[in-house]
Design a binder for this molecule. Structure first.
Ligand code: GLN
Length: 459
């Protein structure tokens, strides 16, 4: 419609702004709405009038608060970075600017992306637009709520253990975690550097594909990034592997029923469903919750009260550190720093970090081997619908269990896509669920293909 001039980017921004005015005060999805959004839209309309035609030109996007946009605040929803202003653009942002995207604002998240509900934000939780008594998921919960409530056409999030896929699933939208290295991490505030990826949260699979193709690519600022040509093209097969041994306990019966119905729908579309075994997958959550805090503890060491953000003075240099970090970091960030420091310390390194690294390696080999036999590994995205606000806040382990199906793709670096698979009704409210597809490294094209089939099958 932009291309045929039925609407302008200014119209789109105004429509999103009207939704923001109506819903954001209750939802708290945006931490900041940029007051120059309409000016950006005017600029985009002018670029289109001059003949530019990138499909994202003039499209309003919401950006998670841990992705840097030059000259704007980026707090990672933490007190320690509350007043931090980014001095450069993340590479993904640079690419979106080139395409002509309009940045609507920055979205709420769990502090430093630690969490599954946004309840770890220093600025209050986001609420689920489909049921405001429930969480939107996390950590990219502000981004998913912004898209689900039509306060942006799409959003960027980051995914370290499921933070794009889990909130997308809880809000009934599409979420995509690219192959590790497909999108540059330059300008993403680091959580677990061997796990983190930036990716899209969108209303359709086609939108996710479009944004991914715009932000992907090798980048000199991220030595783990790679070119499209690194992995061989695959043949878009139709064989789906289901690791049923992982679905035996800890998963709600209505989630399983919906999952089986979705598999049946795929079968009707010509997909073959087979059982697969991933013997080490049962360890994935434990492995993740050793490796991730180890990396978190080293990444958060840079917030020392000297180089970035909050700086509190004590009686000595050590006291400066203790004060700044003690007051700047919330409880979950401190818990992860302590856990990570512990598993990396002399004497425990071999017992915990070393073992977890070995198990990660075994799991990666199993996933690579399975994806030589089948084209996709499929599971539900989450073991339940979105929990109620406050339901898990006093029980970190219950919160961590929500990641049971998502962490494997981060540990192995595989691309993974969640697509809505219908709803289950709780207390009269239909709540969405997602189905997760994992493919071989670099095979995002097959994921988008099956994702579109799933969308169609459920229409
Ligand atoms: N929920 C997971 C965690 O708390 C994943 C977070 C993420 O992907 N950033 O670590």
């Amino acid at each position: 419609m932009l291309a045929t001039k039925e609407i302008s980017s200014v119209d789109l921004v105004r429509a999103c702004k009207a939704q923001i005015d109506a819903r954001n005060p209750a939802l708290n999805a945006y931490l900041e709405v940029f007051d120059d959004a309409e000016a950006q839209a005017k600029e985009a309309d002018a670029r289109r009038a001059q003949g530019e035609n990138h499909p994202l030109l003039g499209i309003p996007l919401a950006i998670k608060d841990n992705i840097l946009i030059e000259g704007r605040h980026a707090s990672a929803a933490s007190k320690i970075l509350e007043n931090y202003v980014a001095t450069y653009d993340a590479t993904a942002i640079q690419k979106l600017k080139k395409a002509g995207v309009v940045f609507m604002g920055r979205t709420n998240m769990d502090e430093f992306a630690h969490g599954s509900s946004t309840e770890n934000s220093a600025f209050g939780p986001t609420k689920n637009p489909l049921d405001e008594s429930r969480v939107p998921g996390g950590s990219s919960g502000g981004s998913s709520a912004a898209v689900a409530a039509h306060m942006a056409l799409a959003a960027l999030g980051s995914d370290t253990g499921g933070s794009i896929r889990e909130p997308a699933s809880f809000c009934g939208i599409v979420g995509f975690k690219p192959t590790y290295g497909a999108v540059s991490r330059s300008g993403l505030i680091a959580m677990g550097s061997s796990l983190d990826q930036i990716g899209p949260l969108t209303k359709t699979v086609a939108d996710a594909e479009l944004i991914f193709n715009t932000i992907r690519g090798k980048d000199v600022l991220d030595s783990t990034s790679f070119d499209e040509s690194l992995y061989p093209k695959r043949s878009m097969g139709k064989k789906i592997g289901v690791p049923r041994h992982l679905l035996k306990e800890g998963i709600d019966a209505d989630v399983l029923a919906q999952f089986e119905a979705s598999l049946a729908a795929l079968q009707k579309k010509g997909y073959e469903i087979v059982d697969i075994e991933l013997p080490s997958a049962g360890l994935a959550l434990a492995v993740y919750y050793v490796i991730m805090p180890a990396e978190v503890s080293t990444n958060l060491a840079r917030f020392d009260g000297v180089r970035y953000g909050l700086s509190l003075k004590g009686d000595s240099l050590a006291d400066d550190y203790a004060k700044t970090r003690g007051e700047g970091f919330g409880p979950e960030a401190r818990r992860r720093i302590m856990l990570g420091t512990y598993v990396l310390s002399a004497g425990y390194y071999d017992a915990y970090y070393g073992k977890a690294t070995a198990a990660r390696e075994a799991l990666s080999r199993e996933v690579v081997a399975a994806l030589k036999v089948v084209d996709f590994i499929v599971t539900p995205t989450t073991p339940s619908v979105a929990p109620r606000l406050g339901e898990n806040t006093s029980d970190p382990l219950a919160m961590y269990l929500l990641d049971i199906f998502t962490v494997t793709a981060n540990l192995t670096g595989s691309p993974a896509l969640t697509v809505p698979m219908g709803t289950v009704t709780k207390e009269g409210v239909p709540l969405p669920l997602g189905i997760q597809f994992t493919a071989a490294h670099g095979d995002e094209a097959s994921l988008f293909t099956i994702g579109k089939v799933m969308e169609e099958a459920l229409q």
